[in-house]
Design a protein around this ligand. Sequence first.
Ligand code: ZN
Length: 165
Amino acid sequence: MTDKELTVSDGLAVGLEYTLRLEDGEKIDSSAGRGPLDFLQGEGQIIPGLEQALYGMAVGEEKSVVVEPEDGYGLRDSTALQQIPVDAFPSDIKPESGMALELQDSSGESVLGFVAEVGPDSVLVDLNHPLAGETLHFDVRIATLRAASSEELAHGHVHGHGHEH
Ligand code: ZN
């Protein structure tokens, strides 16, 4: 089989051009200017709703994909908010709305939070992903498609672009 006859299936290295818009049309991310996103299909490296939609696509093929929150970054969890006293922050860090913070959850796992609100004494941190609860609208195009090397399959990710290891 030549690369031209390949279609997206598990174990293939995919180069994906994409534009991501929210429900209201606001563009929030794009591969334009950065080059395609390279990943290994079937490894859960991209959100499940998008990965599922790519199966069977050929190089050059374009598609619009709508991903519901459940298949994207999850639903918003209104209990995933945490008040942190302002004096718990190191003196050289001034918390600002939208700032990303790395916190530890009750089991000691590191989790990413975002400052939602800065009050006089405490800072409200939202542990939801910023895109949780959002319906995602992707316009995608398969830029490249090739069989992954045995090394890439063993590592579970794609090499190239300086990611050799
Ligand atoms: Zn590797």
